[in-house]
Design a protein. Structure first.
Length: 379
């Protein structure tokens, strides 16, 4: 049984994969919402979601949700929440957040009101008049959206996309959580012949390898809540052991990455080694024009350079035409490309079998997926 809620914010478009992932972890009462997923909380789920989620940006304790159109309503709503369960007498509790489409529009004023309300609540519970805040930080985050207040405590620390393997990156890297979701949408097999012909620093390659071998993306990093009393060290140890016991490193998965930049190739190899997947990832210096289908089946996922990032628009469109000439329709092969260019299908030469709207940072993109008999030409 649980008596609190957790919430995982995510990139827009990833609510479905995240909800599916949490259910498979054993989460209950999973509720996908815009840009986040709410679910029932237990100490084990708090830890498991941090260690194992591929698509969440972080894991937060959802302290409460309530309406507020005045500072007094905000103060009373926050003060009524059980902060003493998560914040000790010596703990620091900084506050940050955002206000969108609400009567309470001043973020600094809302920060001050929320801080004051938490202090007043804890004063009564701990019978003290002053908090030195010298202990472990419990970071409070708020979102006031259309006069509805959500108040959370962060358990993650650095965002979950910070897996730990990518200390350095090539220019314009894709976020790890988005790369993992692209692998999910393309249904990459555990024994796949996987290829990224624009691999850059290797993010998509590594995320595909981690998913194919069921390696928890956070199993080797640290989290803000590891020293909290609420989720003790024994639970973290047990959940790490559980995650490692579920790894399947003998699936036959093989990934190949190509890039025209030798520095990117070296970086991708280094990142694959840091992630512990270098045994199934091979990276070479090669351009996309030299791409050839090898084998009876294969799965290609890529994030090619485009006009808003690294190439001018004309060069990007020429690149798409080259891709259309080498990514040929063939049963057993699939191709998935993320780009913000709405004219991609015309330049590529074929309509996608399926497309999804995703966000690469603040850039709205389309994820074009080609598979099986999708060989109809576009005018």
């Amino acid at each position: 049984m649980s008596d609190f809620q957790l919430v995982c914010p995510c990139l827009f478009g990833l609510e479905g994969p995240l909800a599916d992932e949490l259910r498979k972890m054993g989460a209950e009462n999973v509720d996908p919402q815009n840009g986040r997923v709410v679910f029932s909380g237990t100490d084990e789920m708090l830890v498991r979601a941090n260690l194992c989620s591929r698509y969440a940006e972080r894991v937060q304790v959802l302290m409460g949700v309530f309406p507020a159109q005045s500072f007094e309503e905000l103060f009373q709503g926050v003060k009524a929440l059980p902060w003493e369960r998560w914040i000790g007498k010596a703990d620091a509790f900084p506050v940050n957040g955002s206000c969108l489409s609400s009567k309470l529009a001043s973020v600094p004023d809302c920060q001050a009101i929320i801080k004051k309300a938490v202090v007043e609540r804890l004063k009564g519970k701990y019978s003290v008049s002053w908090f030195e805040e010298t202990g472990e930080p419990r970071r409070i985050h708020f979102l006031i959206l259309k006069d509805t207040v959500s108040v959370m405590i962060d358990t993650t620390g650095q965002g979950l996309h910070k897996r730990g393997y990518r200390a350095n990156a090539a220019e314009a890297p894709i976020r790890e959580t988005l790369a993992a979701a692209m692998v999910y949408f393309s249904r990459v097999r555990h024994d796949a012949n996987f290829i990224d012909p624009f691999c850059g620093s290797g993010t998509i390659l590594v995320e595909a390898a981690l998913a194919a071998q069921n390696i928890a993306p956070g199993v080797s990093r640290r989290f803000a809540a590891e020293n909290w009393d609420a989720a003790g060290t024994a639970i973290w140890k047990r959940e790490r052991e559980r995650a490692r016991s579920l790894e399947t490193r003998d699936t036959g998965f093989q990934a190949k990455g190509y890039d025209i930049d030798p520095a990117a190739v070296a970086l991708a190899r280094d990142n694959a080694a840091k992630a512990g997947v270098s045994d199934c990832v091979r990276v070479e210096n090669r351009g996309v024009a030299d791409f050839r289908e090898e084998g009876e089946y294969g799965c290609v996922i890529c994030n090619p350079p485009y006009g808003e990032r690294l190439l001018n628009l004309r060069s990007a469109e020429e690149l798409y035409r080259t891709m259309g000439g080498v990514f040929l329709p063939r049963r057993g092969w699939s191709y998935s490309i993320i780009t913000p260019d709405e004219t991609f299908e015309k330049c590529f030469g074929r309509k996608a079998a399926r497309r999804r709207k995703l966000y690469n940072g603040m850039i709205r993109c389309q994820y074009y997926m080609y598979f099986r008999e999708t060989d109809g030409r576009v005018g």
